[in-house]
Design a binder for this molecule. Structure first.
Ligand code: ZN
Length: 66
């Protein structure tokens, strides 16, 4: 039999690029992806900074004493 379901994925990013919603420097949402030929990442059209978001790995969920 073939596997009828694809590997379940929620809304996880499909590529190596994580999607920021706010500029980490000025907090604006005026973000645009940088062209790949300049190394990827994002540029903020408000403060004119370019940056990249790097996924460093999963972390352990903190124990909640409830
Ligand atoms: Zn900015």
């Amino acid at each position: 039999m073939t596997e009828p379901f694809e590997t379940p994925r929620s809304s996880a990013p499909q590529g190596p690029r994580a999607v920021p919603f706010h500029c980490p420097y000025c907090g604006e949402e005026n973000l645009f992806p940088r062209p790949d030929d300049v190394g990827g990442g994002w540029e903020c059209r408000a403060c004119l900074r370019a940056f990249a978001v790097t996924f460093l790995g999963q972390v352990r969920r903190p124990e909640t004493a409830s």
